[in-house]
Design a protein around this ligand. Sequence first.
Ligand SMILES: N[C@@H](CCC(=O)N[C@@H](CS)C(=O)NCC(=O)O)C(=O)O
Length: 351
Amino acid sequence: MGKTPPVLELMGVPGSPYTRKMLALMRYRRIPYRLLPGSKFVINEDKARFRARPQARVPLLPTYYLKDAEGREAAVTDSSPLIRRFENEYQGRSVIPAEPVLAFIDFLIEDYADEWLTKAMFHYRWSYQADIEKAGQLLPRWSNQTATDKALAQRSKTITELQISRLSYVGSNEVTAATIEESFKRFIHLLDNHLKQQHFLLGERPSSCDFAIYGQLTCLALFDPTPQAIVLAEAPRVYAWTEVMEDLSGYELLDGDWISTARVPVTLLSILLEIGRIYAPYLLTNAEAVRAGKKQMEMELDGRPWQQKPFPYQLKCLNWIQQEYGKLNQNDKNTADALLTGTGLENLLKS
Ligand SMILES: N[C@@H](CCC(=O)N[C@@H](CS)C(=O)NCC(=O)O)C(=O)O
């Protein structure tokens, strides 16, 4: 009998876009998992129910509890490398396209969703009163259903204040609000248009980038009232797609479900152009600011001023993109260059 791969254990909550990204991905891949409540947010009275587990160095949601090389339990975070690790550990229903250039496009779009679309998510949730109130009420309740109203009110206040104070790290402020909102609206229109042609970003089967976009849209389309109203009014297909993405466990695959980079639909090219327009210049200027040790990053982005605190993690994202490109053979590099030249994304590839 073959060895059964382990049931994955992770900690997360419904309001975390990266938790939702991974839950949907594991459902699609038919990977068995156990979701543990977000213990970081658990008020003391509920804590006795959960055994102590190792802490991640940077505690993020979701956190997976995996065995390290010595067989000890270790807390591991960061969805994108985890997705690639699980590709090796669980067979079938892969979410990484087989064609290396398409896998690289997948990597770029996934990074955009995780790192840029999330700005829209955080911005809408913690800038508009109705969104602040809804998230403030519900975030503490997900992990503390039996807590007293008094304890919940206190926790709600703490979480709301903390998240609003973090807007400066995300880059959401009066100067940048219009840029974030306009780029979000453009994106949902482009996605809506693309989804008229095919079920997923890269063909008739989902890739890791679909799950990354889905994760952010669980907030933007399904939960937070301000962006939800925009998605429903302007791109209802995107709303429906988000709901469908949640559980693709029964989605059956056929040969040839991924597109070929020899025939990239124009609607996908338009999405790449959008990413090159907004995310590529941002990522490059952020990298310069982090390398120079600046306290504040200022630039013109999409015709408007942009300012925020530099974000060291996103310098790593740029490095990872360059590493992925570096892994392509010369032929594939040429194909990627031909596809990306003129989108703005080509600027990310020169180290
Ligand atoms: N790059 C990470 C990002 C994870 C992340 O930022 N998670 C958020 C929640 S959605 C978080 O835990 N933030 C810290 C906090 O809330 O204290 C991933 O892909 O998993």
